[in-house]
Design a protein around this ligand. Structure first.
Ligand SMILES: *Cc1c(COP(=O)(O)O)cnc(C)c1O
Length: 343
């Protein structure tokens, strides 16, 4: 590789790469789209994304395998979720096949920036779909931009998984049941900044959100989904609610737990007062991968799961299987990994 990057010391920071993909929607149609070397988007000051938050995004990664190939993990799921987010905010969806093609083009054009196998680092991809153009009233935009940019990022945990402590931020809601909680949109993140600040200031990894109706059931762990594993390791549960973002990592873990480890899996309400049913718990997402939850603090009580410092065996097993598939060391279920040709 010819680029000069310290692959072993990457964090999660913006880095300007040579190429990104940009397409424009106007007069009822997407243009042909193309790779661009300009990292700046130009838009009118009246753009609805700037005032009214009409925009959605995705987060996904490209992985370098042992043999030097590059692969994506379930990009069809990201394409589909962005379509759903677009529908929710009355934006024209970017065609799902073109989404996957655009992501492949960005990875291939920047292939020297896909970190080497064995570093745990990956190429993080950020597709965005935003409403632009001259507007002032609250209404859907008349023009849109779809952009996919990328940057190498380090592993979430440098020296292997580390259990993390979380706190229930009961005084904040992230999203409403019939609002935008299930859509990957910026407004949910703007609404999460105070809770995140509260958690960090008190020494926790992030905030846990409870359901917005009763403040009783677990919704999300920061910007990741929650899962809990029964003490006998036979059952894996994740919360069910209309305001949870449907994590692709979560659905992958549910599938692996069931299909490969013979576990019973269930999406169900999980009361914050019923954590004793679990021997292990974790947070999952593209960025967090699988983060073991050391403990959850709620109303001045700290509930410790497996251990404050050690990773539980079932969590470890799921992590090894998931990351093994992502990096190409473990055979993937049909259609889960997609090769990115480059030269
Ligand atoms: C993106 C996201 C997740 C994780 O989803 P993945 O598809 O697994 O990356 C979880 N919660 C929220 C709020 C998110 O925005």
């Amino acid at each position: 590789m010819s680029v000069n990057i310290d692959w072993n010391n990457l964090g999660f920071d913006y880095m300007q790469l040579p190429y990104r993909y940009v397409a424009h929607w106007k007069d009822g149609a997407w243009d042909e789209g193309k790779l661009s070397t300009d990292p700046n988007l130009t838009m009118n000051e009246g753009s609805p994304i700037l005032h009214y938050g009409q925009g959605a995004f995705e987060g996904m990664k490209a992985y370098r395998t042992k043999s030097g190939k590059i692969q994506l993990f379930r990009p069809d799921q990201n394409a589909h979720r962005l379509h759903n987010s677009a529908d929710k905010l009355l934006m024209p969806p970017f065609p799902e096949d073109r989404f996957i093609d655009a992501v492949k083009q960005v990875v291939a054009a920047n292939h020297e920036y896909v970190p080497p196998y064995g570093t745990g680092a990956t190429l993080y991809l950020r597709p965005i779909l935003i409403g632009v153009g001259p507007n002032i009233g609250v209404a859907p935009a008349k023009e849109y931009i779809f952009d996919v940019f990328a940057m190498p990022v380090g592993p979430y945990f440098k020296g292997g998984m580390v259990p993390t402590k979380f706190i229930v931020a009961d005084q904040f809601d992230r999203a409403a049941h019939y609002g935008t909680g299930q859509s990957k949109v910026g407004g949910n993140y703007a609404a999460s900044l105070q809770a995140g600040k509260f958690a960090h200031e008190h020494g926790y990894g992030d905030a846990i959100y409870l359901d917005p109706i009763e403040h009783k059931y677990i919704e999300e762990v920061g910007s990741a989904n929650f899962f809990g594993i029964s003490k006998d390791g036979k059952t894996l549960k994740t919360p069910k609610s209309p305001s949870i973002l449907p994590s692709i990592t979560k659905y992958s873990i549910l599938a692996l737990a069931h299909d490969r480890f013979g576990m019973t899996t269930e999406e169900t309400k999980i009361a914050i007062t019923d954590l004793d049913q679990f021997g292990e718990a974790g947070a999952c997402g593209t960025a967090a991968v699988i983060t073991p939850i050391a403990s959850i603090t709620y109303e001045d009580h700290e509930h410790v799961f497996y251990s404050e410092t050690k990773v539980g065996p079932y969590t470890q097993k799921l992590y090894d299987e998931l990351t093994g598939i992502q990096f190409g060391d473990v055979p993937a279920p049909e259609g889960w990994v997609v090769d990115v040709p480059f030269n």
